[in-house]
Design a protein around this ligand. Structure first.
Ligand code: ZN
Length: 350
């Protein structure tokens, strides 16, 4: 499809993004062109927006950011077999080779030749995006663009919580970012005995309650969440999901889990931390499950199933929806002031 479109792009090696007119992407034979209905700001986009050290080492401008999106197929490459014009789709953020040893072991999402939309290839903060067929996920037409756009981060929450079953287990979530809030809902919908969430933004803790958390703790309150949860569970929590990435939070995660329990590490620390493995893991026989992204495609089936079950409603986490042109406002809502945000969505055609 020839023509120009609006896109929020990183064109300068400095903080911020620019809304620019840029050509509509030309698709390759294995790709479709998606007209973006909604796209969401991810925590990783914040690094690129603020242009921190990580961003400077990772990103090579000019590039269109964004990797959480949903939209309609408006052009189909000649080699595409499973999608047609008018299909509603979302996508995994990962573009995988499908051929390396890691892919062939069933771990495509950490492929040796991994590329990510908005990281190495142009992303979804645009009116149109070119997507390889192998990254697409079909969406039922009843699902809104808004929900479609958050299925990818919701998949991260599903992977982190359900990498082992949580039915009838006590589940603790450290963190109050959008994926942590989703995680509270996933644990609740999956039959957890009790769900606890520890955060620092009062508005987000209220969202956690709406998502199904039974008890929430603000780290700036005098009450010690570790002690409170150990008292409440008597032995410590069966499952702890660490999604804050703060050194204190990681230590508390291991202090909260019971002997023989599971800790999922998901949050990334800004730099390496020191940690006593003897007590935290070895002597107490704690299982550690690292989670990066989400398995393709079993977690997507779980996301679909949880949404269709009616047990999981992610809507409370979507707190702001803005036109793409107001992306700057969206980023500032997340990074400055009270940060009373959940997921912030951008609409390219609003
Ligand atoms: Zn691969």
């Amino acid at each position: 499809m020839k023509g120009m479109m609006k896109a929020a792009r990183k064109v300068r090696r400095e903080p911020g993004l620019d809304l620019v007119d840029t050509p509509i992407p030309e698709i390759k034979p294995n790709e479709v062109l998606v007209k973006v209905g909604a796209t969401a700001i991810c925590g990783s986009d914040i690094h690129f927006y603020t242009w921190d050290e990580y961003a400077q080492s990772r990103l090579k401008p000019p590039i269109t950011l964004g990797h959480e999106f949903a939209g309609e197929v408006v052009e189909v490459g000649s080699a595409v077999t499973e999608y047609k014009l008018g299909d509603h789709v979302t996508a995994d953020s990962h573009i995988v080779c499908g051929k390396c040893d890691v892919c062939r072991m069933g771990l495509q999402h950490i492929c040796q030749n991994l590329k990510i939309f908005g990281n190495e290839v142009d992303g979804s903060f645009a009116q149109y995006i070119a997507v390889p067929e192998t990254s697409l996920w079909p969406m039922a037409k009843e699902i809104s663009w808004e929900i479609g756009a958050i299925m990818e981060p919701l998949g991260g929450a599903v992977q982190a919580v359900l990498i082992e079953p949580v039915t009838a287990q006590s589940v603790v979530i450290y963190g109050d970012g959008p994926i942590a809030l989703f995680a509270a809902g996933v644990a609740r919908a999956s039959g957890a005995r009790k769900v606890y969430l520890i955060g620092m933004v009062p508005e987000r803790l209220e969202i956690a309650k709406r998502m199904g958390a039974d008890m929430v703790f603000n780290i700036s309150d005098p009450i010690d969440p570790v002690k409170a949860i150990i008292d409440d569970t008597r032995v410590g929590a069966d499952v702890v999901v660490e999604m804050a990435g703060a050194p204190a939070s990681i230590k508390n995660a291991f202090a909260t889990v019971r002997k023989g329990g599971r800790v999922t590490t998901f949050g990334l620390t800004p730099k390496p931390i020191e940690f006593d493995i003897n007590y935290a893991i070895t002597l107490r026989q704690v299982r550690v499950r690292g989670v990066a992204g989400r398995h393709m495609w079993d977690t997507w089936r779980l996301v679909d199933g949880l949404l269709q079950s009616g047990q999981l409603d992610p809507c409370p986490v979507i707190t702001h929806t803005l036109p793409l042109a107001e992306f700057d406002k969206g980023f500032k809502l997340i990074t400055t002031g009270s940060r009373a945000t959940g997921k912030v969505l951008l609409l390219p055609f609003a």
